[in-house]
Design a protein around this ligand. Structure first.
Ligand SMILES: [Zn+2]
Length: 193
């Protein structure tokens, strides 16, 4: 291990099991896997947050639903974030900055700042995308039936701005048995709040 273990040892066993399950579902998990792996470690990845200075909708405390036209989001957001969030793109497995990140703190929607997950609900998954077993609050995330690519999946979107986040699966660890498989691009790690 070249990075500190930030969870107690008793949390590692279910993580490993779920990771194995996740790995077996690699091709039907979040879709568009290329099988490529990144050799970057956490120290080499760019953990900088997005610049929200021109985004009037960005807030960690306002939970009011937004109704911002796509054309405005396109002007406000970086190209890669707009593609994932509002064109329902998927980042390649093992390329995002958070899939193996173990920082303790809060994850928010990168488009609007809505708090989505706490790091203590993140688990080590081998599928190549950051994975969580529960959302930060009941209405933080919305759920939609997704029949694309010949699969029946549950799409997850930001409960505030509607940004596409990823998908929800039923092969996660206890206590929920859920796996929120989320694009790193759609997330922003805020640290401890
Ligand atoms: Zn959002």
């Amino acid at each position: 291990m070249d990075r500190p273990i930030e969870r107690p040892p008793d949390m590692r066993t279910p993580n490993l099991i779920s990771g194995l399950l996740c790995g077996s579902l690699l091709l039907i998990g979040c879709g568009e896997s290329t099988g490529q792996t990144s050799t970057m470690n956490n120290d080499q990845k760019n953990m900088d947050q997005y610049d929200h200075s021109g985004n009037p909708h960005y807030s960690h405390t306002d939970t009011t639903a937004l109704n911002v036209p796509l054309a405005e989001w396109k002007k406000l957001l970086p190209e890669d974030l707009y593609y994932i969030a509002f064109e329902k793109g998927t980042e390649r497995a093992f390329t995002g900055k958070y899939w193996d990140f173990e920082g303790i703190g809060t994850y928010a929607c990168a488009a609007c700042g809505n708090v989505l997950f706490q790091a203590d609900a993140k688990f080590a998954s081998s599928c190549g995308w950051p994975s969580f077993f529960e959302a930060a609050r009941k209405d933080a995330i919305h759920y939609h039936e997704d029949r694309t690519f010949g699969m029946m999946r549950t799409e997850t979107t930001c409960g505030r701005c509607g940004a596409h986040l990823g998908h929800l699966f039923d092969d996660g660890p206890e206590p929920t048995g859920k796996r929120y498989c989320i694009n790193s691009v759609s997330l922003e790690f805020l640290g401890k709040k």
